[in-house]
Each structure stands twice: as structure tokens, then as C-alpha cells.
Write a protein that binds this ligand. Structure first.
Ligand code: ATP
Length: 316
């Protein structure tokens, strides 16, 4: 499932369509903890990439290495063509990796003034970024009075101040209620439009499924699957309830283009294009069978995620 769209090899450096090119990254904490294990990650320019994994899988550690907050033990990284942590790279990357630290007694706008001044960014940027994260109306209120969702959005606003080409967000919906999560998802989808690259980490499959162009699933520091949501999902299937079951199975097995017919919980299950459901229904009815249900079974990314991250330890 892994693709090599960014091109390049360990011998030939990354090509221009790759925003993040990390190869064989390994990070150990002491002797015992192998947090990231020969991880190869490529994020294409302009995409929203979801870095998905359960707690402790190594997501934060990876993101920290990408921006030079910590060094890998081995492996190579280029972010926007630069080594991690170099001023030339950092000025083009917006990050929200640590919990955003703002002064509670200052307003959202004044907190951004502090950040802008510190980073040498013109104050003219503050209005547009506040509007982009939908905080313009509450910009004069103190940070301490903000809801958790507003606090997170101010963190995104701070990351946007330098008009970054790449935005790296570590668990941006962490700690938010369902409404706050939905707002953040809408915001991130918007941020990913217009050529900006977004790399976000999450342990929530449904979230990544709704926002991201491509997804990488990490488990115990290793990338275990990568692709678009559609690529990662198992094939769609049809579930059919018909009587008598054996006869229905025989009719379906004889139909052209229908794959293996499985029986599960007294129903038939076939991996086939859902568009064939009407033809399948007709064939069964014409064979004199009673069809009480034909429905499409779509595998969610969650099924795939659980399969990949909860597999037995044997062989891992
Ligand atoms: P979460 O979703 O819970 O934030 P994660 O996927 O981001 O998890 P990491 O925070 O990268 O995972 O942690 C990966 C592993 O490295 C874990 O076993 C964690 O305990 C360990 N780890 C992380 N930071 C340190 C550190 N500073 N010192 C020692 N071990 C660490």
C-alpha cells in the first residue's frame, strides 16, 4: 500500500513534491524504549496527511524530530528540503506540537502580538489569522476566558502567523468536546486548501478519515500501512438475506463477476461492487427465492486501524 510518489532514494535526495521526507528514522529513549523504529514517512506537498496511531505509538516523537526538537538516533530527514531545526526550514513551518502556552490575562489578539513580535512577524498578519480560525469576534477577550476549542484554535492561529508552507499539528482535537472537534476538523480542512501542506497526528480514526487525503498508520514506532482512506479500506461488500440460503448461494456463485460467496450469521456476504446490488437482487428473485434484505457493507478506516494496531504480538 505504500507509495513512493515523492521519488528519491537514500542515495538521491528528495524531489520537489515532497514536504516531509523521513527515512529509516529511529529514536530510542534510554536502553529500553524504542519509540520510533526505522520509520519512513513521505508527505506530499499540498496534501493533508494524517499520522494515525494509538497512544504511545511514537507520533509525537516523530513530529518532534521533524522540527528539530529532538534528534533521531539514526535515519535521515528533510522537511521542505531542509534539515530539521534549521532557521531556513523553521521559518516556513507552523507547528502546534506542545500544548500552546499563552498568557491567560492577555487577550487572544495580544497573545498573538507577543508571538509575532518574538518571531519578527508583522502585526498585520494578526487580523487575517484570527479571521482564519474564526476568532475575530472574541479576539479582545482574555485567553483565560476561552473555551478549550478556542484555545486550540488560537494555537493554530499562532502557527499560521508566518504563513507557513507546512503546518504540523499534534493531536489538534485532543481534549475537545464533540462540537469543538467538529469546528477544528472544519478549520483543518480549510487550512489544507490552496496548496498548504498539513501533517496532523491523531489517535482517532474517524477524525482522520474525515479530514485527510492520505493516512499513515503507525504502531510501535513503525509505519504499518499508508494510503488514501479509500485505499486503506477493505473492499466494499454486499450482505444478502435470502431463503433458502443454500439455493441463494448457488445462484450467486454462478453469476458472472461475483467473487467468493461467504455465509456469515445466516446471511450471504460477497465482495463485489455495490452497484451490482439491483442485478443480484433480480437474479435471486427470478430464481424463485425470497430476498428480504440486500445491503452494502462499507469497511470503515476504524476496522482497518483496529486490525493493524491490535494484531497479535507474534512476529512483530
Ligand atoms: P500519544 O498519542 O499518547 O501522545 P504518541 O504516539 O505520540 O502517543 P510518543 O509520545 O511519541 O507516542 O511516545 C512513544 C514512546 O516513547 C512511548 O512509549 C513513550 O512513553 C516514550 N517517550 C516519549 N517521550 C519520552 C521521553 N522524553 N522519555 C522517555 N520516554 C519517552
Amino acid at each position: 500500500m505504500q507509495r513512493e510518489l515523492c521519488g528519491g532514494t537514500a542515495q538521491s535526495p528528495m524531489t520537489g513534491d515532497c514536504a516531509v521526507d523521513a527515512r529509516d528514522l529511529t529514536k530510542r529513549y534510554g536502553e529500553r524504549i524504542l519509540a520510533v523504529d526505522r520509520l519512513t514517512l513521505r508527505v506530499h506537498r499540498g496534501e493533508v496527511y494524517g499520522f494515525l496511531g494509538p497512544n504511545g505509538a511514537g507520533k509525537t516523537t516523530t513530529l518532534r524530530m521533524l522540527v528539530g526538537l529532538i534528534r533521531p538516533n539514526s535515519g535521515e530527514v528533510r522537511v521542505l528540503g531542509e534539515a530539521p531545526g534549521t532557521p531556513n526550514g523553521l521559518r516556513r513551518i507552523g507547528t502546534m506540537i506542545e500544548a500552546p502556552a499563552f498568557y491567560p490575562f492577555l487577550s487572544g489578539r495580544d497573545n498573538l502580538r507577543v508571538v509575532a513580535r518574538y518571531a519578527g512577524i508583522a502585526e498585520e498578519r494578526i487580523g487575517p489569522v484570527l479571521a482564519e480560525v474564526d476568532l475575530a469576534e472574541r479576539a479582545g477577550d482574555s485567553f483565560g476566558s476561552y473555551s478549550q476549542g478556542m484555545k486550540q484554535r488560537l494555537g493554530v492561529a499562532a502557527a499560521l502567523l508566518k504563513e507557513p508552507e507546512l503546518l504540523i499539528l499534534d493531536e489538534p482535537t485532543n481534549g475537545l468536546d464533540p462540537a469543538g472537534m467538529a469546528e477544528m476538523r472544519t478549520l483543518i480542512r480549510g487550512l489544507g486548501q490552496g496548496g498548504r501542506t498539513v501533517l496532523l497526528s491523531s489517535h482517532l480514526m474517524t477524525e482522520v478519515e474525515q479530514i485527510c487525503d492520505r493516512v499513515g498508520i503507525v504502531r510501535k514506532g513503525r509505519l504499518v500501512a499508508e494510503g488514501t482512506v479509500a485505499e486503506l479500506r477493505a473492499e466494499d461488500a454486499l450482505r444478502i438475506r435470502a431463503e433458502p440460503l443454500d439455493e441463494a448461494r448457488r445462484v450467486l456463485a454462478a453469476m458472472h463477476g461475483v467473487g467468493e460467496v461467504a455465509v456469515r450469521d445466516g446471511q450471504l456476504r460477497i465482495a463485489t461492487d455495490p452497484a451490482r446490488s439491483a442485478a443480484i437482487n433480480r437474479a435471486l428473485v427470478e430464481a424463485g427465492l425470497v430476498v428480504s434484505e440486500v445491503c452494502v457493507e462499507r469497511a470503515s478506516l476504524e476496522d482497518v486501524f483496529l486490525d493493524l494496531t491490535q494484531e497479535s504480538e507474534v512476529g512483530s
